[in-house]
Design a protein around this ligand. Sequence first.
Ligand SMILES: [Zn+2]
Ligand SMILES: [Zn+2]
Length: 276
Amino acid sequence: MKAAVLEDIKKLVVKQVSDPCCGEGDVIVKVEACSVCGADIRTYNFGHRNIILPHILGHEIAGMIVEKGKNVNNFRIGDRVNIYPAIACNECDWCRRGMQVRCDNTIQIGDDTPGGFAEYIKIPAKAVNNGSLITIPEGLSYELAAVTEPLGCVLNGQELCNVKMGDVVLVIGAGPIGCMHVILAKARGARTVILADINQKRLELAEEIGADCYINSSETVLSDKMLEYTRGKKADVVIVACNSQKAIQDSLELLDWGGETINLCRIAQRRFNNTD
Ligand SMILES: [Zn+2]
Ligand SMILES: [Zn+2]
């Protein structure tokens, strides 16, 4: 099969590799769509401490089952599926408490096993048994199904910080994750959703998603502009969806009493400790 193999940092090569081999409990999926995660770009640029190159990245995957082992009974050839890439151990303390998302021993499809930037991907038996294959409803395209994984992160975040009817929500970062947060916050009944970014182009692209107010924080002071728009009301929830220490500082400054903030960013511990 053909695959996009990351052979070295910043060296991605489309080449012929051997087809995945289907064990008795495994499933082979023909990849129809695999979206590019920020983590993929980071690994492409800087490598990843747990990924040994060469490696096939890609963990936001949707496709069709084309082969299955003889022990797989709950799926059929031809099923359209989305793949949940994190395989929890079901044995650690977090898993036993029902929080598999925090599992200490997660195996990640696309990091620990070959990923979806290929024609076919093997879903190991452990993932099949763990509920990693989710049937796609009729009418949902593979492309949209592939972004279920980041949308799941967004949904989890908003459930944790309880975005609700009447809230003022500030989202910092107008990339795909920030945009999904805006759409979801509106759907959950937030009264005012403000989207801020330092990149004007991203803000313009995000216009169609229906935030109430867009702020370019490279041209104006975010807190001034936001409080002017809300007439002094700070945010009930601030969501940081960009890798910026300044955004984390702003998130704390703009949070109202009893408010909650979540960070969907990766800041080096050293830099985070310097946050006042
Ligand atoms: Zn991802
Ligand atoms: Zn676990």
